[in-house]
Design a protein. Structure first.
Length: 316
């Protein structure tokens, strides 16, 4: 049977999507890639394939899921299958360095950033930020991995030489200028089918690990999706409009990314700095209920329409 195949490694982040697909009677198969094989001599099944692989898979014990997914996506694309968020999307998902360079290529301002491998090189890289606040983050991240704020190079030295230093899974740590938001929030712009859906304001006053999903893993110490958190943690910015949205759309189109959340922060002068493209985007139900638009429903509609357009008899 021709259907939609959902590629992922985290069942908690697909539950809401599957419910929406069932509501719309879209036939699908759960393709969990926590492990598996790829027979390169085989021909893939007919259908549409949606990649939801996450850069933070290693934090859930799925260290090599992205590598396995990369092999699967290239195999699918080799056979001409339609892949939503294909191999290029996965490439950007796994590297903030590549994200920033793509954003800059399309005129989107990003924070000053230096990538470093090795603890001594990390300290040396931070010297160019002397006299300014800066943050560290992992190149292959998700969930705010490795994000810490430093006021001085000396403070970084203490951290890097301590047992608490977090080694990135790909070995690449980023040093990035700290953009101070006057009201301690960031904005996440959601796109489905390459089109803007809504922007959500996310309170950052309690920390950097801001998973928007309604089900977050136990490691998400600052997860705002838990019931005891105030619904105001996430708020849709009604009527949000900004020229940068067109730049974002150009970035997504050029990289064959159909579904994504792009995050930016505004400094005290109102200047926008974009710092993340999340191709495994999740949504917050409290914010959506107040606004009346549901991200996963829009994703399910888009996938269903894509399936029916290529295989007209499937949903007829």
């Amino acid at each position: 049977m021709t259907k939609l195949y959902v590629i992922h490694e985290n069942e908690e982040w697909t539950t809401h999507l599957f419910k929406r697909l069932e509501e719309l009677d879209v036939p699908y198969e759960d393709w969990l890639l926590s492990s598996g094989t790829v027979d390169l001599t085989a021909v893939p099944p007919e259908g549409i394939f949606y990649n939801r692989m996450s850069a933070s898979s290693h934090t859930r014990g799925n260290r090599f899921s992205p590598e396995l997914t990369s092999a699967v996506l290239f195999w699918l694309e080799h056979h001409g299958r339609t892949v939503i968020n294909g191999s290029r999307a996965l490439e950007l998902e796994l590297s903030k360095v590549k994200q920033y360079l793509e954003l800059e290529r399309f005129g989107v301002r990003t924070p000053k950033t230096t990538a470093a491998v090795g603890r001594e090189q990390l300290i040396k890289a931070a010297e160019s930020f002397a006299g300014k606040s800066f943050i560290t983050k992992h190149n292959r991240a998700g969930k705010g991995l490795g994000v810490q704020l430093f006021q001085s190079v000396e403070a970084l030295k203490e951290y890097v030489k301590s047992e608490t230093f977090e080694e990135p899974v790909d070995g690449v740590t980023l040093i990035q200028e700290y953009i101070k938001s006057p009201e301690s929030y960031i904005t996440r712009c959601e796109f489905v089918g390459g089109e803007f859906v809504y922007a959500v304001r996310v309170d950052t006053s309690e920390g950097f690990e801001l998973c928007p999903a309604d089900a977050c893993t136990i490691e998400d110490l600052f997860c705002p999706a838990e019931e005891q958190e105030t619904p105001a943690k996430f708020q849709v910015r009604e009527g949000f409009s900004h020229p940068v949205l067109e730049n974002y759309k150009d970035v997504l189109t050029a990289n064959n990314i159909q579904i994504a959340g792009i995050e930016f922060i505004e400094d005290e002068d109102g200047t926008i700095y974009t710092y993340d493209i999340n191709t495994n985007t999740n949504y917050n139900s409290a914010a959506e209920s107040a606004y009346g638009t549901y991200g996963m429903l829009e994703v399910a509609k888009f996938l269903g329409n894509k399936l029916s357009s290529e295989y007209p008899t499937v949903l007829s």
